[in-house]
Ligand binder design. Structure first.
Ligand SMILES: Nc1nc2c(c(=O)[nH]1)N[C@H]1C(S)=C(S)[C@@H](COP(=O)(O)O)O[C@H]1N2
Ligand SMILES: [Mo]
Length: 413
């Protein structure tokens, strides 16, 4: 069989192997400002830092030198204070290995599975540079550009994060008894790009709510803020956090979608009400429409399971014994079961879950398959330790947290 060419840099010492690289978009100065992880090409459980997906809602800020970085802790606390990176590092630390997924990841599958049309591909066929340039120019996209934006895949990665539990810092400040949330604010600022909003709902025929120039912020409900695995992290995958991933310090909120993981932290404010953060009340919400009275902020990811081998583009497959492989994760606990169907959901068999199974991390799973000639729809679904099975998340107007089962369609010759 012809050797398949893999995009990207050669892996040192492996003459016939190339390094899986981020599909990235760059700003006018050549700095990477967005990116999608080459999921299908990656091995293991931890996403290499330079292959880790990148999403920003506002402008990427100028870097702050770690020695100049300050975090203010205030609001409904007894002792407001300010600390620097070295102060933070004097507190007891912790490392957490966790998946982080953009709430908009795989949004296009909501449309594909309800209306058909072009199937989003996880072999990274998105033009991230075009996305980046549209934002740099502040151009309003055409209706066609917006509705064809259903290819947002691979905005998910997993890392090892090292820092200090947020609760350590909050305890030093002394939380007042009426406290309800902790508002985490980044030092990035800007006016939320209407293009991002139009892409999310899939049409420009949408009443964009303009909050003006804001700092990116999220009001984390107190219970989650006090969870020992919720961290103020300065390291990722064994190195200092890079600027684009929120250095010097970002918030880590295991189980909850990426938008909670506030980058470039500059302030923590304990609040006695849920703060009206734009990205909490307008953008990262679940509901049937913008006017839905039941509209609510989104929090934990659903249960997710994707097939990474084979993918549709591998067709036609050679007949014979092989293993179907994939990844599964959940926002609310460990994955305890993965089932695979080769007949579009008529019958299911249990897949083998590869160790380790960790609370916040994804698992790799695999399943033997004696592939005979024919056409197949391979489906995989996961169950988490809470007993949640896919799908958990209903269709919603912002197309967030899609956890639907997407059949892999292949032929065997
Ligand atoms: N300060 C700040 N934090 C932020 C964002 C942002 O725009 N500003 N984007 C959020 C969103 S929507 C996602 S999906 C994750 C992406 O994190 P990553 O780029 O490190 O993968 O960061 C979150 N934290
Ligand atoms: Mo996101």
């Amino acid at each position: 069989m012809a050797k398949r060419e893999i995009e990207g840099d050669w892996v040192m010492g492996w003459p016939d192997r190339k390094r899986a690289t981020l599909l990235a978009g760059k700003d006018a100065e050549g700095r990477v400002i967005n990116g999608r992880a080459p999921l299908i090409e990656l091995e293991g459980l931890i996403t290499p830092t330079d292959a880790f997906y990148i999403v920003n809602q506002l402008e990427v800020p100028e870097p702050v030198h770690p020695d100049d970085w300050r975090l203010t802790v205030g609001g409904a606390v007894d002792r407001p204070f300010e600390l620097g990176l070295e102060d933070l590092r004097k507190l007891p630390g912790r490392s957490v290995r966790a998946v982080t997924e953009c709430a908009g990841n795989d949004a296009g599958f909501f449309d594909y599975l309800t209306k058909g049309g072009k199937k989003p591909s996880r072999r990274n066929q998105q033009d991230m540079q075009k996305r980046a340039e549209m934002r740099i120019k502040g151009a309003t996209p055409s209706e066609a550009e917006v509705s064809s934006e259903s290819t947002t895949t691979c905005a998910v990665s997993a890392g090892e994060f090292t820092g200090v539990p947020l609760i350590e810092v909050l305890q030093r400040a002394g939380i007042k008894s009426a406290a309800m949330a902790v508002r985490a604010e980044g030092f990035d600022s800007g006016r939320p790009d209407p293009t991002v909003q139009y892409r999310s709902v899939g049409t420009t025929d949408y009443r964009y709510v303009d909050p003006g120039v804001i700092h990116y912020d999220k009001g984390l409900p107190l219970e989650k803020a006090l969870h020992p695995d919720t961290l103020l992290a300065w390291a990722m995958n064994g190195e200092y956090l890079t600027h684009i991933h929120g250095g010097p310090v970002r918030l880590i909120v295991p189980g909850w979608s990426g938008n909670w993981w506030v980058k470039w932290l500059q302030a923590l404010e304990v609040t006695e009400q849920m703060p009206p953060c734009y990205h909490q009340t307008h953008y990262f919400v679940l509901g049937e429409s913008a006017d839905d009275p039941q509209k609510k902020m989104l929090t934990a990811m659903g249960v997710r399971c994707i097939v990474t081998d084979p993918v549709d583009e591998d067709s036609p497959l050679e007949a014979g014994r092989r293993r179907v492989r994939g990844l599964a994760w959940s926002g609310e606990g460990m994955i305890v079961r993965v089932e695979v169907s080769f007949d579009a959901g008529a019958s299911w068999c249990d897949a083998h879950i590869e160790h380790p199974q960790e609370r916040w991390l994804w698992v790799r799973w695999s399943c033997p398959w004696d592939a005979r000639p024919g056409a197949y729809k391979i489906m995989a679904r996961a169950t988490d330790e809470k007993g949640r099975v896919q799908p958990q998340i209903p269709w919603n107007f912002q197309r967030k947290l899609c956890d639907w089962i997407v059949p892999t369609e292949v032929t065997v010759s």
